[in-house]
Write a protein that binds this ligand. Sequence first.
Ligand code: ZN
Length: 370
Amino acid sequence: MIEMERVTADLLALLRIDSPSYREAAAAAWLVAQFAEFGVEATDDGLGATLNGNSGNLIARVPGNGAPPVLLNAHLDNVPPCEGVSPAIEDGVVRTDGRTVLGGDDKCGCIAVLSAVREVVTNGIPHPPLEIVLPAAEETGLEGAKGLDYEAVTARRGFVAESGTVGAITVKAPSADRWDAVLKGRAAHAGVAPEKGINAIRMAAEAIAEMHVGRLDDETTANVGLIRAGEARNVVPPICTVGGEARSHDTRKLDSQVKHVRRCFDKAAKRHGGEVELTVSRTYERFDVGLDEWPYVVADEAAQEVGLEPLARPTGGGSDANIFNQHGVVCVILGCGSSEVHTPDEHVDLNDLHRACVWLAKIIEIAGRD
Ligand SMILES: [Zn+2]
């Protein structure tokens, strides 16, 4: 039985440990001690050196029966402001004092994985071999999952424990591209010889004004999120850098949005006699797990067995699930209870988190029947 008191105590303890991206070591150490309590050794994979952080990915392997191995994932890091979190419980809901996020994204996921594995191990419930992967630096661009040694991963199926409604099973996520534009004009004295200058801010502004951004259709979004330029009021700015992104469940739509962005910049640069350099890279690849595929079928069946209403849904966000799916580990994302994530209003209903822990334990149990 997964005790509500234990889940609550574990969550509060972990929430009180600062775990910003690149400084997850203290949270990782707490988890190592928790796993050790029931004989599971968790170790750091050393990726921290590459990430310039104090922690790598936390990895634990739990031997199991003859069923195919299963990967379990939740990430160690939180988005800022996440230091000095002061959690308080009111009517069964954990909130912050409004100065920070709660960190339930993804400490709820970590607690779900910890509680579910503890449950099956300590009760001798037959289970498949478990490969527990708790990455660092997820929020900064899925860096931990991208740097994982996939040769060492044997599981071909898995579950990502994340924020969201308990019972929600995310089966589909978009591909994403990020782009950076450097607009190059020419500096000149703004009062003495403005005609000698080419205003890079003006070029950027005209390009952005023509650009399609926001929700472009039901499976495509686009944004301009960064702009930097200017040294002084009386200088025609020679350089302006602009950063943005696009996401789509359909990669053709993603490609055409990126082409459109390039056209907008090219046209504006040409109009003013300036230049533009655009660099584009794929942040992560889409995935789409069928409702007849093993991870969904098991998550759905387990949800029903524990009295949850399973709900298959798409997301517009990226997560470690994108990276695992890309590497051939078919994963769905399980909602573990935290809501309003990435804001100071983030909160967790303890009943929901407890139900998420019970759900994940049931998933592991069903996976052990294969
Ligand atoms: Zn997350």
